[in-house]
Design a protein around this ligand. Sequence first.
Ligand code: NAD
Length: 282
Amino acid sequence: MTAAIIDGKAIAAGILDDVAARSALLRGVDVHPVVSFIMLGDSAPALLYANRLERVARPVGIEVRRFSLPDIVSVSELERTVSTLSQDSAIDGILVQLPLPDHLSEADIGNLIDPRKDVDGITVQNAGRLYLGIPGQVPSTALAMVELLDSCGIDGTGKDAVVVGRSKIVGHPVAELLIQRNATVTVTHSQTRNLARNTLHAEILMVAAGSPHLVTGDMVRAGAIVVDAGINAQRDGIVGDVDFEAARRVASAITPVPGGVGPVTNAVLLRSVVESAERRHE
Ligand code: NAD
């Protein structure tokens, strides 16, 4: 079997067309969607992320406004910046660079952002909404992973789904979104004793571990649908957490890296920004 390639770029382009149309309507009534990005230090990955987000946002009429703080920023200084942005009626979304420097925890920022502007779903309120099944902001990578399934018409109902990774921004919320789609979900993580024994059960395999080629072809069930969020910089380019070439010989559908989850993550994030701007207008 050779898997169908799930084309994240094409799916993202569809979402961005909708975002561009909605953003144009808003600008027509003088509402200009803006997302702020708080950078902590000037690490190369953060700069790369900000540049990439800007490249996607500009053509759809969304401004990315950067705020640079030192990576040794105190909680109170970060709090001041976030609360200024939360109160600024010209700002629709607030993103904080992740992962955080070692001296800050998710708990430090989880209560600072106005939940209505928390376009990446990292606040306590939005996490609570997700787990209670109340509409709210969902972490964009997790949302992108399940929207990739949705856009291919893949129904989770009754399926065995396995998630590799339990981070608060990807693995854990993906598991919740799969439960909401009526899948039977197993969550694996770095302390899981036999990863392959679990992944081999997966009709839907969602991987977000941050470990290049962790999932090899012989860990994939025949006919599985594989969605890989991993982004790992290697000497010869970016690779995912799944050995794509080996897995595609076994799976029925698979996302490539790059060109799978990444573009859809940016697209759903910008859709959240435009939705927030629409609420501001209302
Ligand atoms: P993280 O480091 O916060 O979490 C990684 C998770 O993987 C942890 O729960 C850990 O227990 C688990 N894990 C690590 N090694 C494992 C192993 N050998 N077996 C089983 N589980 C293991 O990372 P994250 O923020 O969740 O990101 C995961 C990956 O997704 C990274 O490659 C990251 O770059 C990528 N990512 C992509 C996007 C995107 O837009 N595509 C966005 C965010 C993160």
